[in-house]
Design a binder for this molecule. Structure first.
Ligand SMILES: [Zn+2]
Length: 237
């Protein structure tokens, strides 16, 4: 667990290098790493090491930081005109300030009424609800096929995994899955539903997954190669 973090900018050889300085109670030494999910370079320091010492360490590694920042993909904030994938289709966010219809999807656009200040949050809330609307019926149907019941479905902003399943039948999913193609979403649901029978990744578990979905391999490859991209969306506002 990170104790605290702050965004700082290092000035090295006329370059500005943003890094996120994080204090970690259990860190043993100062370290630098690229975090594609958070979209930043993390500079981690143990609590006993001063901020100045951590910054000095990072400045020594300025070349590595500059190269890593280039590898990061820029964030895609939810603003008017931004293009967001929703299942298999790209949609353009359109601000409709005069409309009194909330948020609605129509002909490749996602319209958002109301004050522009609320637009990013409303897009996000709508996507989260859309994720729930898509996931819930599929999860219940697949669970029924293996004779199990889903007790609850939570849709969250999970950062480390796409879904999870608890021993008492509660499933949890990342709202960002609504931005994946349908076969990927279907696979993640099948994966978590299969955990209702097997809370492990045994051979029996994978057989259960394959009995519920056809495209496991394509979906895992997609998540491996494209998954981190999804963390770009909704950042930077
Ligand atoms: Zn699993």
């Amino acid at each position: 667990m990170a104790d605290s973090s702050e965004d700082i900018v290092l000035h090295v050889d006329e370059q500005d290098l943003p890094v996120r300085l994080t204090t970690h109670a259990r860190a043993r030494r100062i370290s630098l790493r690229l975090d594609p999910v958070k979209g930043c370079v993390l500079l981690v320091r143990p609590r006993r090491v001063s901020k100045a010492a951590a910054v000095a360490f990072a400045i020594e590694k300025a070349d590595w930081i500059a190269k890593s920042l280039e590898e990061l993909l820029p964030p895609i904030p939810f603003v008017d005109g931004a293009v967001v994938p929703i299942l298999n289709e790209l949609h353009t966010i359109r601000h409709a300030p005069e409309a009194r219809r909330g948020v609605w999807k129509e002909d490749g656009s996602l319209f958002i009424s109301g004050d522009v200040a609320h637009l990013p949050r409303r897009v996000r809330d709508w996507l989260r609800e859309e994720a729930r609307r898509k996931i819930s019926p599929v999860a219940h149907t697949l669970a029924e096929r293996i004779g199990k019941a889903v007790t609850n479905i939570a849709v969250r902003d999970t950062r480390s995994r796409w879904g999870s399943c608890s021993a008492d039948g509660r499933l949890s999913f990342s709202w960002r899955l609504v931005m994946t193609p349908t076969f990927v979403l279907h696979y993640v649901i099948a994966h978590e539903v299969a955990h209702l029978n097997e809370l492990n990744h045994s051979k029996r578990f994978w057989q259960a997954v394959d009995s519920l979905t056809y495209e496991r391999h394509a979906a895992t490859q997609w998540l491996k190669h494209e998954g981190a991209e999804l963390y770009r969306y909704g950042l930077g506002v």
